[in-house]
Design a protein around this ligand. Structure first.
Ligand code: NAP
Length: 347
C-alpha cells in the first residue's frame, strides 16, 4: 500500500485519517479488533508531537519521552497488530452514501464503511505583513525544527500559551536573546511553563504587544519586525479602531509563531458532519466520538478544543476505534437480521 493507492473497488472497514497520536491510538485498537485499519498520513505525518522535544506528562514515562520517539513507537505498535499506513491527503469526503468515499489529492479514491477523523490541527499564523513570503525564511512555526539555524541571533516568539513558552525555552539554547511578544499582560500558559520562562535569564517579555510587519527577504531572511503596543492589550484591534498605539521597529534574525492551531477539517465542510465557527469537529453530546453522520468518528485535537494533550488525544483515539467497532458490529447484525427476515419472507 505504500506505493500509492489504487483500490477504489476495495471497501475498507475503517479508514483513519491522520497519523498523530490520536490516529495511532485508534489504529492500535482497530487493528487489535481485526478491522485491518488503513491509516492515511497527511502533510504532517505523525502530527504535532513530532515537532515537540520532550513530553514530560505522558503516563508511563517518568523521565519524559521524545515526541518523535513516542510517535514511532505508536506506529510500530499499530503495525504489529496489522494496521496499514499510506501517504494521502483527503480533498473531499462523500458521506451521504455508503460506503463513504474519500477523494485523495493524488486522484485515488478510498471506500470505507467507517471513518475516523484524526486530522489534528495545524499551526495558526498571526496575519502580519510579509508572513507568506518569509515563512520558511527566518519565520517559522516550529522551534525544534528551525531553532538551530538561529545560533547567536536575536529572535522573537509570538504567543502566550504553552507552545510559545516551549518555543522560547528551546530557542534560549541557541539564540543570543529571546523575546516573547504577547498581546495581553498575562500568559495563558500552564503554571510550570510560565515559571520556567519567566525565571529564565535569557528570555524577555514584551507585554500588550503584537507583530504588525516582518522585514526581510527570501535571500536575506528575516531582518526585523514592526511591533505595536497598547497598555490595554490587543494593540492591532486598537490600531484598526484608529486609537493611538506605540509602534517600534526592531532588528531580529528570526521569528517563531506559537499562537495555537487551527483544526484540519476543510475536507468536511460540505458534509453533514457538524463543525463549529473555528472549524472544530463537533461530536455528539456525552462521552462519545460519534458525529452527526453515523459511522464517522472524531478523535484528538480536531474534536477537542479544551484539553489538547497527547494523552487525551490517545484516549479519544482509542474511544473512536471502540465506537467504530461497536457501530460496525451493530450494522452487521442488523444486516444479518434483515437477510434472515428476507429469506423467511420468501419461504
Ligand atoms: P493556546 O493555549 O491556544 O495559546 C495560544 C496563544 O497565542 C495565546 O496566548 C493567544 O493569546 C495567542 N494568540 C492566538 N492568536 C493570536 C494572534 N493572532 N496574534 C497574537 N497572539 C495570538 O495554544 P498553545 O500554546 O498551542 O497550546 C494548546 C494546547 O496544547 C494547550 O492545552 C497547551 O497546554 C498544550 N500544550 C502543552 C505543552 C506542554 O505541556 N509542554 C506544549 C505545547 C502545548 P491570548 O492568550 O490573548 O488568547
Amino acid at each position: 500500500m505504500n506505493e500509492g493507492i489504487t483500490e477504489s473497488e476495495t471497501v475498507r472497514d475503517v479508514v483513519i485519517v491522520g497519523s498523530g497520536v490520536a490516529g495511532l491510538s485508534a489504529a492500535v485498537y482497530a487493528a487489535r479488533a481485526d478491522l485491518e485499519p488503513l491509516v492515511l498520513e497527511g502533510p504532517e505525518p505523525g502530527g504535532q508531537l513530532t515537532l515537540t522535544t520532550d513530553v514530560e506528562n505522558y503516563l508511563g514515562f517518568p523521565e519524559g519521552v521524545g515526541g518523535m520517539d513516542l510517535i514511532q513507537r505508536g506506529r510500530e505498535q499499530a503495525e504489529r497488530f496489522g494496521a496499514e499506513f499510506t501517504h494521502g491527503t483527503v480533498e473531499r469526503a462523500t458521506l451521504e452514501e455508503r460506503p463513504f468515499e474519500l477523494d485523495l489529492s493524488s486522484g485515488d479514491v478510498l471506500r470505507t464503511r467507517a471513518l475516523i477523523v484524526a486530522t489534528g490541527a495545524s499551526a495558526r499564523w498571526v496575519g502580519a505583513t510579509n508572513e507568506d513570503e518569509l515563512m520558511g525564511y527566518g519565520l517559522s512555526t516550529c522551534a525544534t525544527c528551525d531553532g538551530a539555524f538561529h545560533r547567536g541571533d536575536d529572535v522573537l516568539v509570538i504567543g502566550g500559551g504553552d507552545s510559545a513558552m516551549e518555543e522560547a525555552l528551546f530557542l534560549a539554547k541557541f539564540a543570543d536573546s529571546v523575546t516573547v511578544v504577547h498581546r495581553r499582560d498575562e500568559l495563558r500558559a500552564s503554571e510550570v511553563m510560565t515559571r520556567r520562562a519567566l525565571e529564565h535569564d535569557d528570555i524577555e517579555f514584551r507585554w500588550n504587544t503584537e507583530l504588525l510587519e516582518i522585514h526581510g527577504s527570501q535571500e536575506a531572511g528575516v531582518t526585523g519586525a514592526t511591533l505595536v503596543s497598547h497598555p490595554d492589550g490587543r494593540p492591532t484591534e486598537k490600531l484598526d479602531a484608529d486609537l493611538d498605539v506605540d509602534q517600534v521597529e526592531i532588528g531580529v534574525g528570526g521569528i517563531f509563531y506559537g499562537v495555537g492551531h487551527v483544526p484540519n477539517t476543510a475536507f468536511l465542510e460540505n458534509t453533514a458532519v457538524d463543525l463549529d465557527d473555528d472549524g472544530q469537529l463537533l461530536t455528539l453530546e456525552g462521552m462519545t466520538t460519534e458525529t452527526a453522520v453515523e459511522g464517522v468518528f472524531g478523535a484528538g485535537d480536531v474534536m477537542d478544543p479544551d484539553y489538547r494533550q497527547a494523552v487525551t488525544a490517545a484516549g479519544t483515539g482509542s474511544m473512536a476505534a471502540l465506537d467504530a467497532e461497536s457501530w460496525l458490529d451493530e450494522r452487521t447484525s442488523q444486516q444479518e437480521v434483515s437477510v434472515v427476515a428476507d429469506v423467511s419472507a420468501s419461504d
